[in-house]
Design a binder for this molecule. Sequence first.
Ligand code: NAD
Ligand code: IPM
Ligand code: MN
Length: 353
Amino acid sequence: MKDYNIAVIPGDGIGIEVVDSAIKVLKHLCNNKDFNLNFTNFDWSSEYYFKNGIMMPKDGIRQLEEFDGIFLGAVGHPDIQDHVTLNGLLLPIRRAFDQYACVRPSVLYPGVETPIKGLKPYDVDFIVVRENTEGEYANVGGFQYENFPDEVAIQSAVFTRKGCERVIRYAFELAIKRNKKNHVTSITKSNAQGYSMTLWDRCFEDIKKEYPQISTNSLLIDAACMDFIRKPKDFDVVVASNLFGDILTDIGAIITGSMGLASSGNIDPSKNKPSMFEPTHGSAPDIVGKEISNPMAQILTAGIMLTHLGEESTGIELENAVKKVIELGETLTPDLGGNSKTNEVTEAIISNL
Ligand code: NAD
Ligand code: IPM
Ligand code: MN
């Protein structure tokens, strides 16, 4: 019997609600399998910050290191500046464990209403591979003359050849593995960012020569935002920098129905360190406590985790149960046009496993 040890960090807001739901589903799903998921809960969150002045203990990274995976809800609290919470927990974990490939699928499932007219199920079916350890999120910068009238803020983006090449290569490998349109789109803004983004473009030109069987194109981020809405059918694998990938994946989420369906994995492809699985959405303070958060993004994220752990067929089983509930259309939260509660959706998914 294989054992997978999973660190669970529910975090803040609806993160707590949807993680609770996903763990219930996982426990049912894995009841009769030839592997065990062992969950260890960590209360690292904004509440932890209110008590301790930090988001996680000083040796937090070391504590997580021994796990096979990290399952996180969301982080962010209206009473704490977001850069404090996120730079205290989420972003350091992504960097420390070299989770350089953030994979975010956008699939238009049957039964989901999209705001884009004329689309049929599966007309949207792409994955954004977001660089996840450097770029615009490198956390390099500072203030001068802080709080004086002449104040200056500098925030530097860091793009390395190694960092660009490895995530671009990951995108090509994924296109081959998917075997759908065999296409990779690279997104930059080289017309304005003449150093970082042209390095990315050169890396893309180099790497694509290694994959003659994969067609490619390059788009500027502004045009890409437009095309995600104008012709989302065109995309297969999309590779983008940290910030651009962040923005594009909220568009990907909403054109395929809801933030409540958008799954995500922060992957260390070498598997040397634990990868972290958290949905694309945040802590959603506007709906917290109303019992209407959609747990499907967190549950589909658990599917990505199972696949990464090597339990792909169980991951597919989980995705199919979610798809079934969506297609039946009887038990959906308000973001998908229904009036069911989080726990009712959870139970519906469990009964469709
Ligand atoms: P958000 O993703 O939390 O919410 C955006 C909108 O989508 C809201 O209207 C919300 O109600 C809705 N929504 C999100 N998830 C939903 C779900 N599962 N079911 C139903 N509706 C859902 O983004 P935001 O409001 O910009 O951010 C809120 C906080 O979360 C901020 O503090 C932000 O920094 C943080 N955040 C954290 C993460 C993370 O931990 N990975 C991701 C994004 C934002
Ligand atoms: C996401 C989130 C985070 C990001 C924030 C909360 C720092 O928006 O995971 O998409 O930008 O990476
Ligand atoms: Mn985001």
